[in-house]
Ligand binder design. Structure first.
Ligand SMILES: [Zn+2]
Length: 528
């Protein structure tokens, strides 16, 4: 039976342009989807937009647009961006979709019926910009929002509440019984510590603004952010509709992974499983929470004015170089401080010098010494058997790393194999073998180089999405899959030389850095 894999990014909030911060969640989801697909899984990758709330309502009004007109524009921008960096999502959910609205309304009524939601009154210090209530200690004497520094307002309103407190122990039991539920380990510990402090009931409706999903049984209220936003993962599978085939396939009979950044960890690790418990739906997902991409040390959000857009790098170095950088440096355990200097250094070292150069040298030698046709030859060589072992080891650790969301380590695994492959050229000196007319030994060496490149290219499939097909075609082999990858299986390579370098060298990094910074400054002036 075919295995199923469902992976989601958070639905990003429709407040402005998306940048490299949101790109990191989307890129890792795309890479994991491509990995599973290459293993033969039936995959579904979903992303989308969270479009309700007072902030959207206000921002749209300031632009003389209706909220829907405003979010239509942002949804189009998001889709264009994901296409631009080759993120191959299968479905784009919008919280303004009729299908989503209808099911969220049903969710709310079910929760009311289960007595998990009750009507109370909300009294708090509220930041409109951040759409968040804060405690007295958080806002201080000056009553300023700890997130954005704007003044908070005293807000009192009738509100429905969800009984989070009722589920506190049940959630802790679930987390204990499912050690891989929240990854990595450090993030799980944070969640457990937070839950143990005690959960307060959660306000889940608002009556002070209109731009949201009206509650069916009390339309003065709209559903407040979390019940609306989190259920996107299930409404997109039609879980409350008549045709439940997607829900059965990709939730009930599937590996499910939610990728989130650390700022929304708690909502996904606490509210979401509890909401599912309330509706008697299997929790059945793994939560992977990663850290932030920072620019020169500050969290990249537009309100803090420190943002980079993929275009700045993609225009100069191509999509694959951008994908490579973000995933090779992926902020799993600590934040990534992104700088143009590091980007260029990573590009020139890993992609230009190490891998790109290996491919072009090997193809040239195959053409020069064997008129482009290289057959499998196995000889007794310490160097070659060492490389062969390294290929097998690499494949094994690569799977371990991908399955624990360590795309950064998976790329380092491939890089180590690339270095080992380059070393074979130094060890065997093919040009000397040619001079001495040791053609059998030479063919075994060139074959090994090409075979190592084939293995590396296959492992790069989830990452270098434009470059890998070019290399397979240059090697004269069919595009492989990670599932069927066995080293030394190729019988013959029929080489076509590359028409241009895979990764052109950045020869003037200093000038490039200045231009990148200038281009980022320009991008910042562009409206959403
Ligand atoms: Zn604020």
């Amino acid at each position: 039976m075919k295995k199923n894999f469902y992976i989601t990014t958070p639905i990003y909030y429709a407040s402005g342009r998306l940048h490299i911060g949101s790109s990191s969640s989307t890129l890792i989801s795309d890479a994991l989807k491509r990995y599973k697909k290459s293993l033969g899984y039936d995959t579904r990758f979903m992303t989308g937009l969270d479009e309700h709330g007072q902030k959207v309502e206000k921002k749209a009004a300031s632009k003389n647009l209706t909220p829907k007109e405003f979010t239509d524009k942002l949804a189009k921008n998001a889709k264009d961006l994901w296409a631009y960096i080759d993120c191959d999502y299968d479905y784009f959910v919008r919280t303004t979709d009729e299908n989503h609205i209808k099911q969220v309304q049903d969710v709310f009524e079910l929760m009311l019926k289960n007595d998990d939601i009750y009507l109370g009154s909300y009294d708090g210090l509220y930041c409109v910009e951040c759409e968040t209530f804060f405690s007295q200690s958080e806002v201080g004497e000056e009553k300023l929002c700890p997130e954005c520094g704007r003044p908070v307002q005293n807000v009192k309103e009738p509100s429905y509440f969800f009984r989070l407190s009722k589920y506190q122990d049940k959630l802790l039991d679930y987390i204990n019984a499912h050690p891989n539920f929240i990854q990595p380990e450090g993030k799980k510990n944070e969640v457990v510590a937070f839950v143990k402090q005690g959960l307060q009931d959660l306000s889940v409706s608002r009556s002070t603004f209109k731009w949201g999903i009206p509650i069916k049984s009390d339309p003065k209220h709209v559903v407040y952010v979390w019940v609306d936003a989190l259920f996107n993962y299930l409404t997109a599978l039609n879980f409350l509709n008549d045709d439940k085939s997607l829900y059965e396939k990709y939730w009930l009979n599937s590996e499910v992974v939610h990728v989130v950044a650390k700022d929304i960890l708690r909502f996904h690790a606490i509210f979401w499983p509890i909401f599912l418990m309330s509706l008697n739906i299997p929790i059945n997902f793994t939560l992977f929470a990663h850290n932030w991409v920072l620019m020169y040390g500050e969290k990249m959000s537009k309100s803090k004015g420190n943002v980079i857009f993929p275009k700045t790098f993609v225009e100069r170095y191509g999509v694959d170089a951008f994908r490579y950088y973000v995933l090779r440096e992926f902020p799993v355990l600590s934040d990534l401080i992104c700088t143009p200097e590091d980007f260029i250094s990573r590009y020139n070292t890993d992609l230009v010098n190490d891998f790109g150069n290996l491919v072009s040298r090997s193809l040239s030698m195959a053409e020069k010494y064997f008129s482009s046709s290289v057959k499998r030859k196995e000889i007794d060589s310490e160097y070659i058997s060492d490389l062969k072992n390294e290929m097998n080891n690499t494949i094994q650790v690569f799977h371990e790393d991908m399955n624990s969301f360590r795309v950064d380590k998976a790329l380092q695994d491939i890089n180590k194999l690339v270095s080992r492959t380059n070393k074979l050229i130094d060890e065997t000196m093919p040009w000397a073998l040619y001079k001495e007319n040791k053609m059998e030994e030479l063919e075994a060496v060139i074959y090994s180089l090409l075979e190592a490149i084939r293995v590396e290219t296959t492992l790069y499939i989830p990452f270098l999405v434009n470059t890998t097909p070019i290399i397979f075609s240059s090697l004269g082999v069919t595009t492989g899959t990670i599932k069927d990858l066995v080293p030394y299986e190729t019988k013959e390579f029929n080489i076509t030389k590359l028409s241009s370098p895979l990764f052109p060298r950045e020869n003037d990094p200093k000038k490039a850095i200045d231009e990148i910074i200038e281009s980022m400054a320009y991008e910042l002036t562009q409206e959403a």
